[in-house]
Design a protein around this ligand. Sequence first.
Ligand code: HEC
Ligand code: HEC
Ligand code: HEC
Length: 419
Amino acid sequence: MIKARADWRRFFVSVVVLIAAATEGASALAQDAVARGRYLATAANCQTCHTRSGGKPYEGGLPFTTDFGVIYSTNITSHPQAGIGRWTLAQFVRAFREGVDEQGQHLYPAFPYTAFTRLTDADLADLYAYFKTVPASAYRAPDNDMRFPFGQRQLLGPWKSMFFESARLTPRQDRSAEWNRGAYLVEALGHCGACHSPRNLLGAEKTDQAMAGGWYYDKIPGGAVRRWSAVNLTQAQSGLRAWSIGDLTSYLKTGHGTRAGSFGPMNEVIENSTRNLSDADVRAMAVYLKSLPAVERSDEQSLSDRERGAGETLYTIHCGTCHLPTGAGAKPGEDLGPPLAGSAVVQSPEPYSLINIILYGTQVITPTPPKAWKNMKPLYDSLDDDEVAQIANYLRSSWGNRGGKVTEADVAEQRSDDE
Ligand code: HEC
Ligand code: HEC
Ligand code: HEC
């Protein structure tokens, strides 16, 4: 009798212990999913797009200027009404896979679902788990301000049938695991093509010129909105041919490297995303980028002797001390400038970022490495539009560089305050 009671007690205790262990195990698993989701959100840089300046993380309200109007990012905190707190996993997955909101309405591709459609089911589940834990905010973004007729979301139906395919990324058996990881980070999570691929007149990325250099609107230092060009990331002469895997890794990890420092909107990509990824992941991205076959979008130009002479003089006065007469530049930490010979910024098919850096200078990321680039000063007041164009054309036709003609009007457009 006594023994039976003792057995019962032992049995009861072990059941309680088992249940506790199972719950603890489940919550540990849930914790793992949240941690993985947080890392994925970093790799996908959700926060930069979904946080307005001065706002709480993920509450939305950041304006995106496009040729079709202004689109505001939405609140994706766990708030049940203002955010996505009520969304089921299936609704969340569908937003990424098909570009629709919880009611099935089309979303604008300013939300880069053309890349995110390639995310794996497991990663989407982890992201969902993480966003359930993001503190709720009741903030609501302003209404979009689209030009007629682009405010009609139904128009995105035909657009998607022409330019969007809900598809996963198939791992390539003939490539290493590192390469495949890099492809996933660059093409799916990192959505690098959203800025670095050219778009057609209807705003869709041109697949045959993927990663060969794109453009878009974003802030310049001071807050006004301007066009930027994102460089050609392929192995073209005007792209990353001159960069080694090490150059790319240190650039993505720190914002600084022997080939270049980052500036403009690429700063946010590095600060909020790539710099926080594991060394192995950043290297995988570099390995993948170095394997992209050359796609050349930049034209060549030749200058008359008079144009060349004038450009060279302006370059010598304003730029040569730091970037050297040969365009070979110096090393980070030497208080000079990076090489302009072979620079992808100089040779970008669209010259917007080249003009922006001359007019507005750089805001370098706080250096984590001891040796890093300093800021390049703005020359907005020292050079007129024609002089900026002359320098740009000199750079785009010297030392083996290529790049089409830059006009005075191109420079004037980067100065104007019409956006
Ligand atoms: C390049 C900017 C950008 C990035 C990166 C981005 N988003 Fe968005 N997202 C947007 C914009 C803009 C919208 C609004 C689209 C619209 O209104 O049609 C949006 C919409 C959404 C929606 C639909 C919300 C709703 O209420 O309908 C969800 C969900 C979402 N994003 C989640 C995410 C998550 C999670 C990430 C990271 C994995 C992410 N987004 C990364 C710009 C971005
Ligand atoms: C006082 C030194 C200095 C002078 C003068 C200077 N630069 Fe720079 N430049 C830099 C530094 C430092 C950087 C790297 C900063 C960064 O990219 O964040 C840089 C970066 C650049 C880049 C970006 C290169 C790349 O591939 O990312 C270009 C293009 C450039 N400079 C052009 C010019 C031109 C054109 C002039 C003259 C009108 C000029 N610079 C004058 C120091 C200088
Ligand atoms: C929001 C738009 C945007 C996104 C997203 C973006 N980039 Fe960029 N990127 C730019 C711009 C603008 C430049 C030119 C300014 C500069 O060089 O810092 C640039 C420049 C670069 C450069 C060349 C730097 C140089 O000076 O020649 C590399 C390499 C690069 N990006 C890699 C990436 C990778 C990899 C991704 C994806 C993880 C990515 N970018 C995503 C906008 C973007």
